[in-house]
Design a binder for this molecule. Sequence first.
Ligand code: HEM
Length: 134
Amino acid sequence: MSRDDLCTEEEITTLVHGFYDRVRADAMLGPVFDAHIDDWDRHLAIMVRFWSSLLLGSGTYSGTPMPKHVALPGLNAQMFQQWLALFHDTTQELPNRPFAERAEEFAQRIARSLWFGYQMNHEPNRMPTEILHG
Ligand code: HEM
């Protein structure tokens, strides 16, 4: 299966929109996102491009997630854990299992890397902690 057979742009849009519906309704993460995102349509469009670049190699995303997250005050391991739990709830509902599994792998890896980068930046003298899985 070549990479662009994994899923359609429409499936990616469904994943992204379903995930951020959960995020916005979440007691822990909703307020964090709402404090930093004024234009949700724009954020969702960026996120569709991000996932389409990862999963389909579309090359439509050209941003720098690490500094954007490092700049957010007060992130912690529980927030990343919750982010991954909501992502998992969303991928669990997808009928296209190879797509769901690939998205899940990327999410885990990138969440870990963002959390490590975050800690290295905010607390350079402490050993970084892992995101614990509940
Ligand atoms: C605690 C977990 C997380 C929180 C609270 C969070 C929050 C945010 C917020 C508030 C923004 C908007 C920043 C801005 O426009 O200045 C953002 C952007 C973004 N986030 Fe996250 N995020 C989290 C985890 C993740 C993870 C795990 C991924 C990837 C798998 C991710 C991917 C992105 C991307 C690609 C952007 C767009 C950056 C750009 O503008 O190019 N985030 N996030």
